[in-house]
Design a protein around this ligand. Structure first.
Ligand code: SAM
Length: 243
């Protein structure tokens, strides 16, 4: 139904996701600004500002990439807090670490290359797990959600910020045009890579919509799950708790 829509076989997906993010790692932030007209910064600020996080917390930012969320979280956990950036892609993690070091953020940070589907952390080891614009790239999302629930301490919070289903009918054709016509052009212009951005647009359309993701979180063992739309559902924040 969407122009340019095609299926990516599951087996190829992991490899493709790796290549996408390696090819864009250096220009990732510039592209985010260009694609969202800078609005992704507001979404991220709101996401962190409304998270359950206290001074001294130990937080995992999954699919942490270039570290936008982690940098905002650091302000909240303070000197005594600990932030672990987990990402499957070494290039993204390296850009994130360099950026963090440039901002003077060194102490209290850890960088772990890991797959969200099989986390290398013991049970009940984090007060908060955040995942921003990462879940839709994960092949087995149910496994990732189960892992998030597993590594959370009782009372801990899971928070997912992700593209979701646009709610306003009149906006859908404009959004599709932006995603499938403008976005790949911006991709080739800025990053010399239209395919990666074509893939990103498709991954957004395939991601489970609001209610479905909420049900998946419940099935993964998280309690009191809820979601909240931002920008008419272009993105949504999903929240759940470990009991
Ligand atoms: N959270 C950052 C932000 O909001 O700017 C980065 C988001 S970026 C769109 C998606 C990230 O997810 C990439 O860095 C990618 O390497 C990572 N990723 C994709 N699949 C993953 C997986 N299975 N496990 C962990 N990270 C993954």
């Amino acid at each position: 139904t969407h122009f340019g829509y095609r299926d990516v076989p599951v087996a190829e997906k992991q490899k493709l996701v790796g290549e996408v993010f390696s090819s864009v790692a250096g220009k990732y932030d510039l592209m985010n600004d260009a694609m969202s007209l800078g609005i992704h910064r507001l979404w991220k600020r709101f996401f962190v500002a409304t998270s359950q996080v206290r001074k001294g917390d130990r937080v995992l930012d999954l699919a942490g990439g270039t570290g936008d969320i982690a940098a905002l979280l650091k302000e909240r956990v303070g000197e005594t807090g600990e932030l672990v950036l987990g990402d499957i892609n070494g290039d993204m993690l390296r850009v994130g670490r360099d950026r963090m070091t440039d901002r003077g953020n060194v102490r209290g940070f850890e960088y772990v290359q890991c797959n969200a589907e099989a986390l290398p952390f013991p049970d009940a080891s984090f007060d908060l797990v955040t995942m921003a614009f990462g879940l839709r790239n994960v092949t087995d999302k149910d496994a990732a959600l189960r892992e998030i629930a597993r590594v959370l301490k009782p009372g801990g919070q899971a928070r997912v910020l992700e593209f979701s289903e646009v709610q306003a009918e009149w906006f859908k054709p404009i959004y599709d045009f932006h995603s499938f016509k403008v976005l790949p052009k911006l991709g080739s212009l800025f990053a010399g890579d239209a395919d990666s951005y074509q893939y990103l647009a498709e991954s957004i359309r395939k991601h489970p919509p609001q209610a479905e993701l909420k049900a998946m979180m419940e099935a993964a063992g998280l309690a009191r799950c809820s979601f909240r739309n931002m920008s008419a559902g272009i993105v949504a924040i999903h929240t759940g708790y470990k009991v």
